[in-house]
Design a protein around this ligand. Structure first.
Ligand code: C2E
Ligand code: MG
Ligand code: MG
Length: 789
């Protein structure tokens, strides 16, 4: 039989049908997997071609492969001489018709053939006889084996059968290679997965594990380039996770991308939690905003697989890019899902560890670093300070009245205040500084590379911010803070000592009434100049007669009658002018000058009030402020007794005002003095109640006759409901224990009315009378109430 019987099928020569057959995606997919189009010539194929030529006694044999546009001559036998052309347009080849027919083609004499007579091979190379058979792999004709010669030949069925056997052998070889390749890749993938499991159980850094995951898929299919994006579930943004082979400039553009239903492949996959395959970025509408970017980096497809947590929550995405339009195969999908699953395990594990570490190092209420982390950071900061020769500041911040808030308004309000204050303090420091919660109502800020002046600025900012928390915190509570500052040169002390110094300074700030800052001892702090100046001026002030006393009336709520006065100390220095007691009393305390000054105050005020009694016939109570240090002096009670007997003032008319800090510790000298004072029969009241370490239990435990509610509580009334609630609770408790309550700092009649309604006993404030010289008291007492103040 001749070849014409099998060859003259007009269908197979129709140009459009030929093109369609070459472009069949199923065929191209198999061809693609063989990788032969881009392979080098190989001896194995040359041997088959040579064998076919010999068996069929033909001078020329070719093994060619076709994609949709080109043919590649894998083996060329019999065209000796110059290195043969290996690739050519598909249209120039007779073999394309073998592919388009997917069956053998035999031509006895091409010159007689209507479609082949003017073919280049025929015209230019004089090839007239041709026989070719398809190489069919996985059911697809990926190429052909042909033999040709320059003389006409009557091909027999036996010739074609023989040629077909060679084609099948070649196809078998290719299929075997494919199977081996797939097996190899699968093995490599399994090995990679084992490695990744090991990394996960060894707690390797997440970045390293995710890199391995990406590389495992890239190893499986070298044309893919992968990226893992991590989802921030709160912000709904994605962030770089791993992408070892993608250009960093490209990744930078995706950083922080907000996900959405139609945002690229990964943004959409993260949004919906499903696989989103963009086989061609040029045509996928989801890619419109990123198309230019993708083009710039030669990216043409992106398949995105969601990375899911155990509960089905989206943790991130695994995106696979390639430089040509492409769909993933089923095998791709399977392997990529496996890889995404592994990535999910690694991410969850990392998050769990992060969470544990965070919990171990942060305060659950405020989210701030806890003591553990603080010590760690401070230790490192001190070490850095030593190396760089710079100093750092430790600010010890204590809220002045949190215990009272908890006692009276409940812990929920206290917690809200703490959270609010924590946030505000954090806003006062510089980026990189640490703010930690140290204890119940204590915070610590660590500021590196700062001098005392800088630390002062931050401390003042914190004090302001804490006061401002009133607006935000539950119930309009108005907290204040005492801040102790220790500026330590790096390397000089350890973390414990640095904190201890700041604590000591905080305590000093608190002793002075709170809502202020103090520097630790021996520090060249801001204001130190002034402080030294005041201290110098204070020495000898008593001898020079620079002090005088003023009296501020204290009235009864019941009927508005005058109950007594509080003696307040005034100092006028020839150069410094008027210096307020808030400024000089703490210095007098620290230097010990307060003992002599305080004794003078007692003597003078007792004498003065006795004079008023004699002149007006009105017996008034006399409040005298006494510092903690005075109470520790063994001769204090004796001095009081002397003042009383010298002036003739009855002991029960003398009200000794002490501060909470004096009552705090269990100092035996103080306890002794208090017992002596009680024995004398003088009254003891707790001044500035609510500003310091107060708690309601303090009222119960201490031997005091009354309390003076600090004016900061009164200031916000009646609008500030928390202050109102606190005052109400304190009055209730005090009365239950038989203590009198004085409200200080009453400036408005609304405040007066409110405090009267709450049941306060005594009232003091500018509304009722400003502090005045004792000499003016007589006239004031005899003025009708309407004209007063
Ligand atoms: P303190 O014992 O709480 O005295 C009340 C302070 O509140 C006085 O300030 C008084 O002038 C002020 N004040 C009274 N009514 C009002 C008002 O309606 N509005 C406002 N804004 N303020 C009012 P001052 O005289 O400046 O005294 C401050 C502190 O200095 C005293 O607070 C006391 O702790 C201390 N201090 C004063 N004199 C002595 C003293 O002789 N010895 C000792 N150890 N400390 C003293
Ligand atoms: Mg007082
Ligand atoms: Mg007071």
């Amino acid at each position: 039989m001749t070849g014409e019987a099998v060859s003259f099928d007009p269908e197979r020569f129709h140009p459009e049908r030929v093109a369609a057959a070459l472009a069949d995606p199923a065929r191209l997919a198999v061809l693609d997997r063989t990788g032969l189009m881009s392979s080098e010539p190989e001896q194995a194929f040359d041997r088959w071609a040579a064998l076919a030529a010999r068996a069929l006694r033909a001078p020329i044999a070719l093994i060619t492969l076709f994609d949709d546009r080109r043919q590649y001559l894998k083996s060329v036998i019999g065209l000796e001489g110059a290195e043969p052309i290996r690739t050519a347009p598909a249209q120039l080849s007779i073999c394309q018709y073998v592919i388009s027919g997917a069956s053998p083609l035999a031509v006895d004499d091409a010159r007689d053939h209507p479609q082949l007579a003017d073919h280049v091979g025929v015209v230019e190379h004089g090839i007239v006889a041709y026989a070719g058979t398809p190489i069919t792999v996985h059911g697809q004709p990926v190429g052909s084996l042909c033999v040709t010669q320059q003389e006409p030949r009557g091909w027999t069925a036996a010739d074609l059968a023989l040629l077909g056997d060679f084609s099948d052998a070649i196809a078998g070889e290719i299929a075997l290679r494919l199977a081996a390749g797939a097996l190899g890749r699968a093995n490599a993938l399994v090995a990679a997965h084992n490695r990744i499991h090991e990394l996960i159980s060894a707690d390797a850094p997440l970045r390293e594990i995710l890199d391995e995951v990406v590389l495992s898929i890239e190893g499986y299919d070298p044309r893919l380039r992968g990226s893992v994006l991590l989802l921030d579930a709160v912000l709904r943004t994605v962030h770089h996770g791993a992408a070892p082979t993608l250009p960093p400039e490209y990744l930078a553009k995706l950083e922080g991308l907000v996900i959405g239903p139609e945002v690229g492949s990964c943004g959409s996959a993260a949004f919906h939690g499903v696989e989103v395959v963009s086989a061609d970025l040029e045509t996928d509408p989801r890619w419109a905003p990123f198309r230019e970017l993708a083009r710039e980096h030669g990216l043409r497809h992106c398949w995105s697989f969601p990375i899911l947590g155990a509960g089905g929550d989206v943790l991130g995405t695994f995106g696979l890019y390639g430089s040509a339009p492409r769909e993933p195969t089923e095998e791709h999908r399977r392997f990529i899902r496996d890889a995404a699953h592994l990535a999910g395990i690694a991410i969850q594990r990392q998050r769990a560890t992060d969470e544990l570490v965070h919990r171990a190092t942060h305060d659950p209420l405020t989210g701030l670093p806890n003591r553990t982390l603080l010590f760690d950071r401070l230790t490192h900061a001190l070490a850095r300070g030593r190396r760089s020769g710079t100093s750092l500041a430790v600010l010890f911040i204590d809220l002045d009245r949190l215990k009272l808030v908890n006692d009276t308004l409940g812990h929920e309000v206290g917690d809200a205040v703490l959270r609010e204050v924590a946030e505000r303090i954090s806003g006062c420091v510089r980026p990189g500084d640490t703010v930690a919660r140290f204890g119940g109502d204590e915070f610590i800020a660590v500021c590196e590379g700062i001098d005392p002046d800088g630390a002062t600025v931050i401390a003042d900012r914190i004090i302001e911010a804490v006061m401002a928390a009133k607006r935000g915190a539950a119930g309009g509570m108005s907290p204040t803070a005492s801040v102790g500052i220790a500026v330590v040169p790096g390397g000089e002390v350890d973390a414990h000592e640095a904190i201890r110094r700041a604590d000591e300074a905080m305590y000093a700030a608190k002793e002075e009434g709170g809502n202020r800052h103090r520097h630790g001892p021996g520090q060249a702090a801001e204001g130190a100049g002034r402080r030294l100046e005041v201290e110098a001026a204070l020495r000898g002030a008593l001898d020079r007669g620079e002090f005088h006393l003023v009296a501020q009336p204290v009235a009864r709520f019941l009927d508005g009658s005058t109950h007594g006065v509080e003696a307040l100390l005034r100092w006028t220095h020839p150069e410094l002018g008027e210096v307020g007691p808030d400024e000089f009393v703490p210095i007098a305390e620290e230097t010990g000058l307060i003992d002599a000054i305080g004794a003078w105050v007692l003597r003078e005020s007792c004498a003065a009030i006795a004079d008023v009694h004699r002149a007006t016939g009105t017996a008034l109570a006399l409040g005298v402020n006494v510092s903690p240090r005075q109470l520790r002096h063994p001769a204090f009670a004796a001095g009081v007794q002397a003042s009383l007997s010298d002036s003739g003032l009855r002991p029960e008319r003398l009200v000794v005002e002490i501060t909470e800090t004096a009552l705090l510790g269990s100092d035996p000298a103080t306890a002794h003095t208090l017992a002596e004072l009680r024995a004398l029969g003088v009254q003891l009241v707790l001044d500035d109640f609510g500003t310091g370490f107060s708690s309601l239990s303090m009222l119960k435990e201490r031997p005091i006759d009354g309390i003076k509610i600090d004016r900061s509580f009164v200031a916000g009334l009646p609008a500030d409901t928390s202050s109102g609630a606190i005052v109400a609770a304190v009055v209730g408790m005090a009365h239950a224990l038989g203590r009198t309550v004085t409200a200080e700092g009453i400036e408005t009649s609304e405040q007066l009315a409110f405090l009267r309604a709450l049941g306060c006993d005594l009232a003091q404030g500018y509304l009722l009378g400003r502090p005045m010289p004792f000499a003016e008291l007589e006239a004031w007492l005899t003025t009708p109430a309407v004209g007063k103040s």
